[in-house]
Design a protein around this ligand. Structure first.
Ligand SMILES: [Zn+2]
Length: 338
């Protein structure tokens, strides 16, 4: 068969597939109707007046609300009720995966994304003490890691006698752009870090990357990345409250830095939250914190206080400026002089 005939055949096949796709693809309206029908079948009726979710902190101003079993819930909580997260199953899957890595008997069982913040330190404690794994700790230093966090990395790695290395990058341009636009840099920053870890994993032939995240990817703690690298959200397997995490940290050579906001490693977060607050009067952490309450990892009270606009210490603002961020600190300095 010559090339032209082959191309023609391919085109006919493509055309057919497109037609099938069009026939079965639902319009946005139909999708919405299907969703509504599914929710109604589950017993959730749309609620159109103002309401506060009885499980998390969403209200009808932040999410569509539904009435279910005589109570008001946001769509996220309704979906969590419809498709319950099975933490036992997720843990089993997660621990099985890590056991297989251990049995390979390589120099390192996994890479741990290590920021020196509280969650990645707790993750290291669990990997070494509980699971007896040999992780290689890798820190992506984007130029805005607090000195205290780097110090914590050094001390903790030494304490657990694990190898630690730092990948130096510079996210200044990115942070300036996001803050100027009044947007949250967190998700993209975290994706960029993950991309660096993935590349590093490829180079070193380590096939599992562990992180200290506590929320699952939908209904699983494992994500298959490209080229057979698996991302593992270790803390999903433990369901530790904030209090339990700090109890672990109390016994380690780890010091909590004062950076503004809930972070224990990032210099940018507090300032980015403040700038976001100025424009929208809400925290960009709202959705993540709502999920924490939904899965019983935080109380409503803890959540609400963690969502207040943070105070950022003047030293942190000055440090950000020194490192190249366009930070406005005139006002703070004036009020300090009064
Ligand atoms: Zn809710």
């Amino acid at each position: 068969m010559d090339d032209a005939t082959q191309n023609n055949k391919d085109n006919i096949k493509k055309d057919k597939l497109n037609k099938i796709d069009k026939k079965y693809k639902l319009s946005t309206e139909l999708k919405f109707a299907k969703k509504t029908r599914e929710l109604e079948e589950f017993g959730a009726i749309p609620y159109n007046k103002y309401a506060e979710c009885e499980l998390c902190i969403h209200t009808s101003e932040t999410r569509p609300m539904y009435e279910y079993n005589g109570k008001k819930f946001c769509i996220e909580c309704i979906n969590a009720l419809r498709f319950p997260r099975n933490f036992e199953k997720m843990s089993e899957e997660l621990f099985n995966h890590l056991r297989v890595q251990k049995q390979k008997n390589n120099k390192y069982d996994c890479i741990l994304g290590f920021s020196g913040g509280k969650d990645s330190v707790v993750a290291l404690y669990l990997l070494v003490n509980d699971l007896k794994l040999k992780p290689l700790c890798v820190t992506v230093d984007n130029g805005y890691m607090a000195d205290e966090a780097m110090e914590n990395c050094k001390n903790i790695a030494k304490y657990f006698k694990v190898d630690w290395l730092v990948l130096n990058r510079d996210y200044t341009k990115f942070f300036n752009k996001m803050i100027e636009r009044g947007e949250s840099p967190c998700r993209i920053c975290s994706d960029m870090n993950m991309h660096e870890l993935w590349h590093f994993a490829r180079q070193t032939n380590i096939t599992t990357i562990v992180t200290g995240h506590e929320l699952p990817f939908g209904t699983t703690a494992l994500r298959n990345m490209k080229k057979d690298i698996t991302l593992v959200r270790l803390l999903v397997g433990y369901k530790l409250s904030e209090k339990e995490r700090y109890e672990i940290l109390d016994n380690l050579p780890w010091n909590k830095p004062d950076l503004g906001g809930y972070t224990t490693n990032c210099l940018v977060l507090g300032y980015a939250l403040q700038e976001f607050y100025k424009r929208r009067n809400i925290s960009f952490e709202y959705d993540r914190v709502s999920a924490m309450i939904r899965y019983g990892l935080m109380t409503k009270e803890e959540a609400l206080s963690s969502l207040e606009c943070p105070e950022v210490p003047l030293e942190v603002l000055k440090e950000l400026k020194n490192r190249g961020l366009n930070v406005k600190i005139e006002k703070v300095e004036k009020s300090n002089n009064i």
